[in-house]
Design a protein around this ligand. Sequence first.
Ligand SMILES: [Ca+2]
Length: 76
Amino acid sequence: MTGRDRVELAQNEPDECHPSYAGKCVPIASDVDCAGGEGNGPAYVEGPLRVVGPDVYRLDTDGDGIACEPRPRRPG
Ligand SMILES: [Ca+2]
């Protein structure tokens, strides 16, 4: 499994990737959240991935350009 995997014949997933994100195919949906996170979907993406445009889905909560980090840094 790599980031170059493409969605084929998957009727429940869009076949277009959002241009604001690189490294992973972020589906174009009404909302996208990080898999395993607190988001409610309806679409999910597994990170980490890079943000290369407007972070319309707010996947990069700390604004460092890396979205859906596996372990977000939190104080304490
Ligand atoms: Ca981040």
